[in-house]
Design a protein around this ligand. Sequence first.
Ligand SMILES: [Zn+2]
Ligand SMILES: [Zn+2]
Length: 354
Amino acid sequence: MAKFVVTPSNEKQRAAWTGGGIPEVERVRPGLWSIPVPIPINPLRYVLVYALELADGVAIVDAGWDTDEAYQALEAGLGVAGYAVADVRAVLVTHIHPDHYGLAGRVREASGAWIGLHPADAGLLRDRYDEAFIDGLVARERAQLLRCGVPAALVDELAGASMMIRSFVTMAAPDRLIEDGDRLDLSGWDLRAVWTPGHSPGHLCFAEPSRKLLFTGDHVLPRITSAVVVHPQSAPNPLADYLDALDALRAFDVEEVLPAHEYRFLELAGRVDYVMEHHRERLAEIERVVSGADGVTCWEVATKLTWSRPWESIPPFMRRTAGNETLAHLVWLESRGRVRRLPGEPELWTGAGS
Ligand SMILES: [Zn+2]
Ligand SMILES: [Zn+2]
């Protein structure tokens, strides 16, 4: 596949990303700021929080993880823009992953801001972040891993792999539910919610048509492809949702894409095409592996695919994501009649004709 490389909006910001650093707080446009907030133990290094100036304060798109370091970075970044955390009026959360949603509760405590989320993500909060329910989620993760054919010796390690991350989240119920197409009532902004499920069931992008901007959260990033996985909290066929949502973005007239990681860039349609082609190639690769074998588990398929490094050197947490991404592709292929699933523990996958 020919590599399509996007044009960064700001070369300094891209250079900070590729150089392993953290970019500066930046005034993107009049009234719009980009504030990098560091995220711990994560190769993405920072989340880009966007602050939109209002008549009486600021609204922020995403918040960062719940660590003191992140809170201080957000506070300092707002300070560069001339605001304090107490001036935040709204926290628009693209999705409930810890790097986007974790700090929202603390910002609300300090400011009285309202927190907005899509209902599909709001409905996942309790099982994901409430101590009383977390064991149920881990049990469902274990069951899925066993169905996928993960070796028994690895299952416990993988099932608990994301538990540590929960300490970076303050459980905060949303004050408002944001649905697809909702116009957000923010003075000076014509901001509209675009529901883009896939990476998370309730993922939201925010379009600003009068300025031709699109805030894409984790749905579209300039260089890495967004993880789309099957897991106990995903929709049944998240890759189908993701690709449909990606396709729908073509209708938007956008001059600049403002993602939550890496750096801003210009070519939405070009990037959308590239990501779709990436998934088409991945689907074809997986279909080849399955049709060439006489019944394989999802985990076996995952070990046979091309990854950015040898399978055995991928850390357990990322191997789990890789397995769940493979499952998302298998489910998509099954939905199109290109592979078949033989139920059992583990489940086996075969070619459509076998
Ligand atoms: Zn995410
Ligand atoms: Zn993220």
